[in-house]
Design a protein around this ligand. Structure first.
Ligand code: SF4
Length: 378
């Protein structure tokens, strides 16, 4: 079996942000203790089933993983190390919310082995943070980054969000500048999207929340690329930028449609051509793991056409695009035979670049990436 990335989902948050459609639930001290025990059982279950596989990346996401006590995070990571073979240079990331993390916690998680931290900043404007229903303030952003550095994190990422209601490109530019002042190794800059079942969706339906017009959103995307590139960051994925050598390896594996094992409530896995997903609700996840050792809710075997479509959908998000030869070897097909009819019009419109080795979005295609990708899924 190939090396695989491990994802650990910690589903608790202090407060549900207005735009959030992740699997996050109100913090519960009592439940989270049992949740950690369930995670340990699930780790053991898969180690037994899959063998002691080589693991190049581990990612603790959420939710808010830093709501767990450092001792619990240490226990979970320790169990992964015990049951799998982590590469010597294994990238071990943790997501952190500025409102939840103390200096002592940062020191402890760094010494447990976490070597990359991703801090959910979103905005440097207090009104915008309130609008997003984030629970941190500006001071907490600065202190969290400074404390993370003091704790020894030399691979640090900041998450920012553009296209907020009423936001102008100048304001967005100032957020990027303030993020750059913190000298992070990596920046993720996503545009706000309104997802069903969020409180933002309901507000939008009632006409109480309006996103900036599409041209303004595109202008902000252009500002992102120009500002970060001229500061020496490489855009290696549509919304992700890094200093050379600091791309997020864990996410690169997703975009390469590589294999991964997701543990915890709602986590998804992709193994042996099969996609499977755990039960979302933490209490149900816990019960299921206690009885069966795992908590899979749905499984899907990907048909070749589906798997190829997904590989293109994910691969085109990377700026370097899709390696054609690798794709053909993996799926035993001629790329041109399968996708020739899709490629030609996109080439004529200048939306993609294509040669024997690589297919990628052009600069023009980057701005309408979703609609270009859709053509390959039709
Ligand atoms: S902190 Fe993140 S996971 Fe938690 S509610 Fe906010 S956006 Fe969702």
């Amino acid at each position: 079996m190939n090396p695989l990335g491990i994802y650990i989902h910690i589903p608790y948050c202090l407060h549900k942000c207005g735009y959030c459609d992740f699997n996050s639930h109100p913090e519960s001290r009592e439940e989270s203790e049992i949740y950690v025990s369930a995670l340990l059982s699930e780790i053991k279950h898969y180690a037994h089933k899959l063998g002691r596989l080589t693991v190049p990346t581990v990612f603790f996401g959420g939710g808010t993983p830093t709501l767990l006590p450092p001792a619990s995070l240490d226990k979970i990571l320790g169990n992964i190390k015990l049951n799998f073979h982590l590469n010597e240079d294994c990238e071990i990331s943790i997501e952190a919310n500025p409102a939840t993390i103390k200096q002592e916690t940062l020191k402890q998680i760094r010494s447990s082995g976490f070597n990359r931290i991703s801090i959910g900043v979103q905005s440097f404007d207090l009104d915008e943070l309130k609008l997003l229903e984030r629970v941190h303030d500006i001071e907490e952003i600065h202190s969290t980054v400074d404390r993370a550095r003091l704790a020894g994190f030399d691979n640090l990422s900041l998450d920012l969000m553009s296209g907020l209601p009423g936001q102008l490109p100048e304001k967005w530019h100032s957020h990027l500048q303030q993020a750059l002042d913190k000298k992070p190794e990596h920046i993720s800059a996503y545009g706000l999207t309104i997802e069903p079942a969020t409180s933002f969706f309901k507000l939008q339906e009632r006409g109480l929340l309006t996103l900036p017009p599409e041209e303004t959103q595109l202008e902000m995307f252009q500002v992102t690329i120009d500002t970060l590139q001229s500061a020496g960051y490489e855009q290696y994925e549509i919304s992700n930028f890094s200093r050379p050598g600091f791309e997020c390896k864990h996410n690169l594996n997703y975009w390469d449609n590589g294999e991964y094992l997701g543990l915890g409530a709602g986590a998804s896995s992709y193994l042996d051509g099969e996609r499977f997903k755990n039960i979302n609700l933490p209490s149900r996840y816990i019960r299921e793991v206690q009885v069966k050792g795992s908590a899979v809710e749905s499984t899907e075997k990907l048909e070749p056409m589906h798997a190829m479509g997904e590989t293109i959908m994910l691969g085109l998000r990377r700026l370097k695009g899709i390696p054609i030869e690798e794709f053909e070897k993996r799926f035993q097909v001629s790329f041109k035979n399968v996708y020739g009819k899709v490629i030609d019009p996109l080439l004529n419109e200048g939306l993609i670049t294509f040669n024997q080795n690589q297919m990628a979005l052009s600069r023009k295609g980057l701005f309408i990436a979703d609609s270009v990708i859709l053509k390959f899924l039709a």
